[in-house]
Design a protein around this ligand. Structure first.
Ligand code: FES
Length: 141
């Protein structure tokens, strides 16, 4: 017997598994991708009787995502309470300060202005009127 049979050689195939995949590198996150409420109501919101918001008072309507305040002269202002940072609905009113529970932004409910970051954009003002004794905030344009 001339020697031992040659040991079989295994061939290792290298796959091309390391092929780069373009376009999957940096998926951008965008504010509001978490199913947050729209930035403003999509239909007029009935906010109750005109007498429910006294002069100098501020009232949050969480179901409508609206805050209303009445100045000393009796005029009304309304703002969307959808946070301009990442779209969370704001559910907390402390006096005239709206506080977003998502990341801590704060807004002045009477002006919509940002009082505390991370938000940098004021709340969206909504047209508000009294119709047949009811306060109504509109989606606006
Ligand atoms: Fe309100 Fe971020 S969504 S602070």
């Amino acid at each position: 017997m001339p020697g031992r049979p040659a040991p079989s050689r295994r061939t290792v195939l290298r796959s091309a598994a390391a092929t780069p995949v373009a376009g999957l590198g940096l998926a951008a996150c965008s504010p509001g991708d978490d199913g947050a409420a729209p930035a403003r109501p999509t239909a007029p919101v009935d906010l109750g009787a005109d007498g429910d918001v006294a002069k100098g008072a501020t009232k949050l309507f969480p179901d409508g995502n609206v805050v209303v305040s009445r100045a000393a002269d009796g005029s009304l202002k309304a703002f969307s309470t959808v946070c301009t940072h990442a779209g969370c609905p704001i559910r907390k009113l402390e006096g005239t300060k709206l506080v977003c529970n998502c990341h801590g932004s704060e807004f002045d409910a009477r002006t919509g202005e940002v009082l505390h970051a991370p938000a940098t954009v004021p709340l969206v003002e909504l047209p508000v009127s009294v119709e047949q004794g009811r306060i109504v905030a509109s989606p606006g344009t």
